[in-house]
Design a protein around this ligand. Structure first.
Ligand code: WAQ
Ligand code: MG
Length: 259
């Protein structure tokens, strides 16, 4: 379907009492809003985590001049034998991208033992200085949330087809590759390292404009509940500008090259 005219950001958040249950967000054309409201509501109501006591959905019209159109990073998978071999590959890729040993060590240390000061996983990402390895995000409990990104319908269909052809289709691959493509396009972000917090999902990735989206299998042992994201930030970048870009500027993936 062609996207003409105005685009809206749709965001859904469902909770059980005070606890977060699930969320979703899309960037859609005006005439797609009603169908998407139904799909988001159904997603919240059928979530395996329980029955929501509250579902909120918001729609905001986007200023089309502020939407950045980007290509998806090329997707590659590196099969590793286990966490030790996977960690060596992650370090190698990050060092090759100009990230210091201190910064790489900080990311590993924090991600493997719960990056939030309270000891659990963060809801958002760490920002780590590429050189000093210092953590730069103002709220270390929450971290920085990447939001306002999506694929056009055409790009979504193409990505899904290609991932299925290669036998690596999973909703997480779709979501994470779009998030990583946005982050990689943000000025000041040099690379990203991500590991799921799902105990049963053991594939992680390293991503950057030059590396693309490199999936790395068996990055943690099954059953390990820790996970998180680290964005390595250039030491000359303005942290406020990086956060504003990640959290509030809409990015739309319009092309899917090299998947
Ligand atoms: N912005 C920033 N950080 C986030 C966000 C977000 N929107 N969502 C999650 N995080 C952080 C948070 O610390 C989570 O604990 C952590 O990332 C992991 O989130 O190609 O599933 O949703 O096979 O568990 C990557 C590999 C899967 C996919 C990533 O992440 C593939 C994944 P999860
Ligand atoms: Mg998760």
């Amino acid at each position: 379907m062609k996207r003409r005219g105005e685009l809206f950001s749709l965001r859904m958040h469902a909770s059980i009492g005070e606890a977060h249950l699930c969320g979703a967000e899309r960037i859609v054309a005006k005439d797609e809003i009603p169908g998407m409201l139904v799909a988001m509501t159904e997603r919240a109501l059928s979530h395996k985590g329980g029955e929501p006591t509250s579902i909120s959905i918001g729609a905001d019209r986007l200023d089309s001049r502020r939407i950045r159109k980007i290509p998806l990073l090329p997707v590659r998978t590196l099969e590793k034998a286990g966490p030790r071999e996977a960690a060596m590959e992650v370090s190698r890729l990050l060092r090759e991208s100009g990230i210091s040993d201190e910064a790489v060590d900080r990311a590993f240390e924090d991600l493997t033992r719960g990056a939030a000061p309270s000891g659990g996983n963060m809801r958002g990402a760490m920002l780590i200085d590429v050189r000093s390895g210092r953590r730069l995000e103002p709220d270390r409990e929450r971290g920085v949330r990447v939001t306002r990104m999506d694929l056009t319908e055409e790009a979504r269909g193409k990505l899904e087809d290609r991932l299925r052809q290669r036998g690596i289709y999973h909703p997480r691959v779709m979501e994470a590759s779009v998030l990583a493509s946005k982050a990689a396009a943000v000025p000041g972000i040099v690379a990203e390292f991500c590991c799921s917090d799902d105990p049963d999902y053991t594939t992680g990735y390293v991503a950057s404009r030059t590396l693309g989206y490199r999936r790395i299998t068996r990055i943690k042992e099954p059953g390990d509940p820790f996970g998180g994201r680290a964005f390595f930030v250039d030491d000359s970048a303005s942290i406020e500008a990086v956060i504003r870009e990640l959290e509030s500027i809409p990015y739309l993936v319009t092309e899917v090259p090299g998947v």
